[in-house]
Design a protein around this ligand. Structure first.
Ligand code: CA
Length: 434
């Protein structure tokens, strides 16, 4: 396996200058899963980060959906951080790591191509989207009354002139570079005329350290996920500038992806996992189950937060602070199965394309991801919407999308992303690195 992969890698590198091993990743395409016979193994080790995105994995285990589909030995393992999750999937379960789990985007693509794994590609299979929304931009309380809301165009000068008044630049944090939380805050800043690379300091910082910095006046903004936004407002550390629901309603958020070698060796187990997660996602979206969901996820094993901190976001109740009206809308909070645009769980290729087009916009990984052709190839290698479809059919799901594109996406500032013409989207943006 190793030598074959090395061969593919060097062949790919020679011809295209990139590090994709497409033959390996696609080796099981066209495989039809036998109706008879259970999963090849009942065991898999899946990583999670203690934020609302991981709920379908936790619920699939705790409510018995994994076991129902024969996956009686699934371990759902808390990861100390995003870098730890990445390092653990590189190791794999054989080495004491994980086989896959929850990811910000496009981490599976970056791991697959070796871009964030020291040039060591670990082919990945993107299997389903875990959730939409549930994230937001929090601002330190010292900025109350400065106009830091959804549209910050009126406050852009306040942010840009920060060094003159404070002796340092405006500082903002996310938890891992070049993925969702980085993209959300960059999009929000740039839409208001603030260049995230030139006008402020934007850094990857652990959540606890960021919140401490917001308390003591050394950190100004935090791009984060539930339940952190609620805690920041409830503890009077700051306020919410915007929910990601306001920036891009029903946007793609985090995903389930597993090592492609595991998927290849265990196609029936992969389908069983997908069916279990889909059932868990349906369970999570039933308002009648949210109280139990909060009880399960708030426990020490999982998020380790008080029930009253986790309850409001799961009811769609967001105190925004800074004089903004509270948001009370179940459909503005985290959703797992269905939203205002249809399926949440189905992994649209058009969404992978947006995350990687946005990577081009900001000049991330410019050597490995130089253009849209490379991006499209990477999407086709990693996205396994075909496996999602097979599992959904086996489960009898009625809302299976007919296309791999969700169609045109609209952002709060009027910007349009047409998946058929990502170049037009790039052309339309004022602040960009290309
Ligand atoms: Ca997130």
């Amino acid at each position: 396996m190793r030598s074959r992969r090395s061969f593919l890698l060097s062949a790919g590198a020679t011809t295209a200058g990139i590090f994709f091993s497409s033959s390996l990743a696609r080796a099981n395409s066209g495989y039809r899963i036998a109706q008879a016979g259970g999963p090849e193994t009942p065991n898999i080790r899946l990583g999670f980060i203690p934020i609302v995105e991981s709920a379908p994995l936790i619920i699939a285990k705790e409510k018995g959906f994994f076991a129902k589909h024969g996956m009686t030995g699934v371990e759902v393992l808390k990861q100390a951080s995003w870098p730890a999750a990445r390092d653990n999937v590189v190791i794999g379960s054989a080495g004491g790591g994980i086989d896959g789990g929850q990811w910000q985007m496009p981490m599976p693509h970056l791991i697959h191509a070796g871009i964030i794994t020291n040039g060591n590609p670990v082919p990945m299979a993107l299997l389903c989207q875990l959730n939409t929304q549930g994230n937001g931009i929090a601002i330190a309380g010292i900025h109350t009354g400065k106009g830091l809301g959804l549209d910050i165009s009126e406050a852009a000068d306040y942010i840009k002139s920060f060094p003159e008044t404070n002796g340092r630049r405006f500082r903002a944090a996310h938890t891992f570079p070049n993925v969702n939380q980085d993209f959300w805050i960059r999009y929000w800043l740039a839409a208001g005329g603030v260049d995230p690379d030139k006008d402020i300091d934007l850094l990857a910082v652990p959540p606890a350290e960021t919140v401490q910095g917001m308390r003591n006046g050394t950190m100004d903004a935090f791009s984060t996920g539930d339940p952190w936004p609620y805690r920041i407002v409830a503890d009077e550390i700051g306020f919410m500038a915007a929910l990601t629901h306001e920036i891009w309603p029903f946007h793609p958020e985090e995903y389930l992806a597993i090592r492609a070698d595991w998927v290849e060796q265990n196609p029936r187990a992969t389908q069983a996992i997908l069916m279990a997660v889909m059932e868990a996602q349906q369970w999570c979206d039933d308002p009648a189950n949210r109280e139990e969901l909060v009880r399960i996820c708030s426990s020490r094993t999982y998020f380790n937060v008080p029930i009253d901190v986790l309850t409001p976001p799961y009811q769609g109740n967001y105190e925004m602070g800074d004089g903004k009206p509270a948001i009370q809308d179940f459909n503005a909070g985290p959703l797992y199965w269905e939203d205002g645009r249809g399926s949440v769980s189905y992994p649209y290729k058009s969404h992978d394309l947006w995350f990687l087009t946005e990577s081009l916009r900001w000049g991330f990984h410019a050597r490995s991801l130089p253009d849209l052709d490379t991006v499209r190839r990477l999407v086709d290698e990693v996205n396994r919407e075909d496996l999602w479809r097979e599992a959904a059919q086996a489960l009898g799901v009625s809302n299976i999308p007919s296309q791999t594109s969700r169609g045109t996406e609209r952002f709060f500032d009027g910007t349009v992303f047409d998946p058929q013409d990502p170049q037009a989207y790039l052309n339309s943006l004022k602040i960009k690195r290309i």
